[in-house]
Design a binder for this molecule. Structure first.
Ligand code: DGJ
Length: 761
């Protein structure tokens, strides 16, 4: 009789064939223990019948030049092309493995074979690292060589079509084991018929989409900067070549870590693909003594058979439901006014109070005081580290501005850049040894600042104390946590030579300890992440920072690219967006205030300009933006399903646009935001097919008129343009709106944008 053990819905084990079946709403992940004791992957994709033995999927072939192991039938099997679950260095697998170590005795090859497994309802947390909160069941498999044990963790989040994977390495036999390459996740796919999609970027241009077919060899994204960085996000997707927003198979891989990483696809000579997500093998080394363990970060692996749209909605549900701090995940966020672009370093109580006075009647609820309030900070050359108020600027400390906020019914937020130090600071004069620095060498400045060495416990403890004191003694409801340079001059005098390659990971552990302490000690304070904009926008920040300043580039048109790319993996509520002045301070571009409001309101919303200088007409627009955001937009941004209807990456200079549709979970309400690039004479009629609605339900679309003046605005020269208010009052069924679409306005000016509320009637 067949032995089938069912341990609930998500994870099943067939003891006859030694096969594990992991499944969610619309995927199956199947692997088993083969006759050699290695874990072999059979399938990752659409659901399969758990009664089927999938080991037939691998056909052994003898290959020239390859080393091999004979099987029971006398055939020669190379590990070289076998799809393996956690491949290691050595043996006959010549690809880059998931694991490479060196023991104190000089041994480099650990023959990791299956030892045991267990299935549990619990999800053990990772020591010192952020991870997804408890989801479904967890499968823990132990692989072992004579001296090393590797535990592979698989937690299934059925509703989100996700498997969270991570690894724990234990040294059970050597005096010391140095880890040189460790994956959280390794996945071998049987072919390379995929496009690889990644998010590359730069300061002021984060998370742009790059898509290219896989080719033989290795292609990767990575960071060696000490932070996840704006240059490559720790995210990858592999998709069918014809996959788009609505259809096709897509595999997403999101690495929940904010430090150095490597994510790669290695396509071998027979066309198989090996995915690696983990620590880079360049300048990484971690030592574990006998009996000690090392835990890797977690990786969220998502499968979608409904294209990129399906993948993103799974990530959004996963991160909102299991990663973002639940105190904030689905609660309305403050609508802020930030003084950075209004004043930069040049402010006093008077200027700040004027901003508060002008903001309060418009409905803004939180004033955020940015850089420049502390130490002797009048420019970016000094003061970092001195987290006490600059009384030359703010004579009464923070009391005047906090009281003014309170008088006006507003809350107060404050900027910090805790991980940094200026040479010209009291902190540096007292503790020069706390700076990250190689002994007897001049470290490299960036924005005139240096990094504090958070791999040191005394530095972490000092920051807990100093920031804690500020938060204890002031009425602060919001912290903007900035991080404006990458880490160089990596050295720590407290660590012996053989541990110097551990510093950047130890730095991250120190950072997580610090933010864990602060966010749990001050649970009412909303911490917003920032790193010269979106330079450290990765999943590991979300448990502490429910939202992140998306980019220093606040230009509405530039934001269409940044927000579109970011939304591939991250929920809209995790992005912060502010309306700023025109000409825009980063691009010099002029965009209508209405358009700036529409783009920013697809995020956690706010303003970043001198609102006291605005005209009455502009203030009226701002007031409407805030009312509509609070009432109609915010609930959808926090909890809705995103459908990307138009990608700005697909257009050209004269024909380009962006559209997002956000639909409530019950499909009763939606929000359609559309932005046009440059304007065009005699435009062709444009329609946009909606998505995600209930096909049998009737909906009414109403255009939100933020600016009464543009309602009937004629384009220059009197050329006609299309107006689409005519269908405001018509009720149309979801099926019609999804099959025929809605007509779009063609603005007779650049960067026009429009927003519609779609409501069930
Ligand atoms: C970079 C941030 O992204 C800006 O918003 C601002 O806070 C500056 N740092 C302040 O130095």
């Amino acid at each position: 009789m067949q032995k089938l053990y069912y341990f609930g819905m998500a994870i099943k084990y067939n003891g006859n064939t030694k096969t594990f079946y992991l499944s969610g709403k619309s995927f199956a992940y199947v692997f088993g223990v083969n006759q050699f004791g290695y874990l072999q992957n059979y399938h990752f994709g659409k659901p399969v019948d758990v009664a089927d033995d999938l080991s037939y999927m691998f056909v052994p072939v003898e290959r020239g030049l390859a080393a091999s192991i004979p099987d029971s039938a006398g055939r020669h099997n190379g590990l070289d092309t076998m799809p393996l679950e956690y491949p290691f260095f050595g043996g006959s697998d010549m690809r880059h493995g998931a694991f490479l170590s060196v023991s104190d005795t000089g041994l480099r090859q650990e023959d990791l074979r299956y030892k045991s497994h267990k299935i549990t309802k619990d999800k053990p947390s990772i020591k010192g690292l952020p991870s997804l909160r408890r989801g479904g069941q967890t499968l823990i498999i132990t692989l072992a060589s004579k001296a090393v044990e590797v535990k592979l963790f698989y937690t299934v989040y059925e509703d989100c079509n996700t498997i969270a994977r991570r690894t724990v390495i234990k040294n059970i036999g050597y005096k010391n084991l140095k880890l040189e390459r460790v994956a959280s996740l390794s996945l071998d796919l049987p072919n390379m018929n995929y496009d690889m999609v990644s998010l590359w970027g730069k300061h002021c241009g984060e998370r742009h989409i790059e898509r290219a077919p896989l080719r033989k060899g290795i292609q990767s994204v990575y960071s060696l900067r000490g932070a996840s960085s704006p240059h490559f996000n720790p995210f990858l997707a592999l998709c069918d070549p014809n996959a788009d927003e609505r259809q096709g198979n897509v595999i997403g891989i999101s690495y929940i870590y904010g430090g150095n990483f490597l994510m790669s696809c290695e396509c071998d000579f027979v066309g198989g693909t090996r995915i690696y997500a983990g620590f880079p093998d360049f300048d990484f080394g971690y030592n574990i003594h006998k009996g000690e363990s090392f835990e890797t970060p977690e990786t969220a692996l998502v499968f979608s058979d409904t294209g990129f749209g399906g993948m993103s909605r799974s990530y959004h549900d996963l991160y909102r439901g299991y990663l973002i701090n639940p105190n904030f995940a689905s609660n309305p966020r403050p609508i802020v006014i930030n003084n950075w672009e209004a004043t930069y370093f040049d402010f006093d109580d008077d200027k700040l109070c004027k901003i508060v006075d002008a903001a309060a009647p418009l409905g803004i609820d939180t004033f955020v005081l940015d850089d420049g309030w502390f130490g002797k900070r009048n420019s970016d050359t000094s003061g970092l580290g001195d987290w006490y108020v600059n009384k030359n600027k703010l004579h009464n400390g923070l009391t005047t501005i906090i009281n003014r906020c309170k008088d006006k019914g507003m809350k107060f937020g404050l900027w910090f850049e805790p991980e940094m130090i200026s040479e010209d600071s009291d902190l540096f004069r007292t503790h020069p040894e706390w700076r990250m620095q190689v002994p007897n060498a001049k470290p490299s400045p960036s924005r005139s600042q240096y990094v504090l060495n958070l791999s040191r416990q005394d530095v972490v403890d000092y920051l807990k104390q100093t920031l804690g004191d500020m938060l204890r003694t002031h009425d602060i409801s919001y912290v903007k946590w900035d991080y404006n340079r990458h880490i160089t001059d990596v050295h720590c005098t407290l660590l012996p030579p053989e541990k110097q390659q551990e510093i950047l990971h130890r730095y991250m552990l120190g950072f997580y300890e610090l933010v864990e302490y602060l966010t749990t000690t001050f649970p009412h304070v909303l911490f917003e992440g920032c790193s010269s904009g979106g330079g450290r926008f990765d999943p590991s920040m979300l448990p502490y920072f429910p939202q992140h300043w998306t980019s220093d580039n606040s230009d509405a048109w530039a934001r269409t690219f940044i927000q579109y790319g970011t939304s591939l993996c991250y929920p809209l509520s995790s992005m912060a967006g502010h309306v700023s002045v025109c000409p825009n301070h980063q691009t010099g571009r002029n965009t209508p205030l209405e358009s700036r409001g529409i783009m920013a309101s697809l995020c956690a919303f706010g303003y970043e300009l001198d609102i006291s200088q605005m005209s009455d007409h502009e203030r009226a627009i701002v007031k409407t933006q805030i009312e509509v955001y609070r009432r109609d937009i915010s609930p959808l941004i926090l909890n809705g399903d995103l459908y990307r209807l138009k990608s700005p990456f697909e257009g050209n200079l004269v024909n380009n646009s962006f559209a997002f549709l956000v639909v409530s979970k019950d499909k009763q309400k939606a929000l359609l935001a559309y932005m046009q690039g440059t304007s065009e004479c005699s435009p062709a009629p444009k329609t946009l097919k909606l998505d995600g609605l209930n096909p049998r339900q009737k909906y009414k679309l109403s255009r939100v008129h933020f600016d009464p003046a543009t309602k009937n605005r004629k384009p220059l020269g009197g050329f006609p343009s299309a107006y689409t208010d005519s269908f405001d009052t018509i009720a149309l069924s979801g099926s019609t709106l999804m099959s025929c679409g809605v007509p779009l306005p063609s603005f007779g000016w650049d960067f026009g944008a429009v927003m519609y509320l779609v409501e069930q009637v």
